[in-house]
Design a protein around this ligand. Sequence first.
Ligand code: 9MR
Length: 384
Amino acid sequence: MPDRRKFLTRAGYTTLSALLTMGFLQKDKQKEDYSINTIAANSTRMNVNSPLREVAAAKGKRYGAAISGEFLQTDKDYANLIARECSIATPNGELKWNATEPQPGKFTFESADAIANFCQKHNIELHGHTLFWHTGNPDWVSYPPTFEMIERHVKGVMGHYRNSKVLKSWDIANEIIADNENETDNATYGLRKGVKPELIRDLFKIAASVDSSKKFYLNDFGIEGATWKSDRFLKMVEYLKNNGAKIDGAGIQSHLWFSTAYPFDEKGFNSVLKRLNDLEVKPIITELDIIIDTPLPDSIKKLDQMVADSYKRYLDLCFAANVDTVITWGLTDRHTWIRHPDWMPAKFRGNPSNQRFLRPLPFDENLQPKSARNAISQAFQQAT
Ligand code: 9MR
């Protein structure tokens, strides 16, 4: 008979040393969180330090992040962390039009394939982002692109990944809904100027003719509540469903701002999730990150707690509506787009001392886990 106590102890040591090797643990936390007894007791169930991909999988769900090929190559700690935590990933830019078809009809997949290979090696599913977007296009592409441009692009890019073992879903169209009624010439669907609903329907139809084995999503931001925009987005989803397009899901980007000064529209967000579920269009969270708006707290610790509480609150609502996929837009504050000078919100750009309060992701700039990571883990663990 094997000595069960000894076995558990050895398993505990193995887990502990693996975590330390990955640089996941802060040394001073080691004693506090990782007594061998704790590990032994938890070895058969999830705890807050289990990889998020495992915590999610225990509930039939997936956790992932947007990933960048450049950082995967240059930052090994980052690559290890992605491999440890993620079961799904979205390429940050490698599948956008400017990356895949920089010249008309001349396709290049080197950087996207590198991401796909990384995902295959680490058993991570790839979410294809994106075939149609008003940003991230080479100069020769108009917005909206012509039908011919779309057809060639979709055939070229989707065709390349038709037999991919890891790429299982596509953001067929991204951010097609305008932000308000002044930016659209289509009151019903609120599409960006020049975009016609029929063109989007045809885009989905071309996609289905190339590879209908993948899941197809319509992806957008600013739809996390009952707003003019979310209403138009839902109408567009309904239009696609009713007009012969294959649409499996809706990507709710979730670039969120929380604040002590204004409430989150919980009821409105629930109603968006409910309408999608009623339409049998699966809601997934595709680009989650969280900024805390002013008034800012007086310490980073408090800020991190506010970010964590916001994650928990948001994900609890998602999981209550059966959302099974959560992708954050990046994994660490080291690489977040929000701190990039091109993308930093104007309010923070003009105020350098507030910029250290931009901590939107589960890990900090030193790749150490923050309370936000614990909150995500807890939300998964408590999901029913
Ligand atoms: O985070 C991405 C940034 O690094 C790129 O420069 C930019 C243009 O390709 O796209 C950013 O990602 C966006 C995503 O593709 C769509 N939703 C908003 C994201 C943040 O801007």
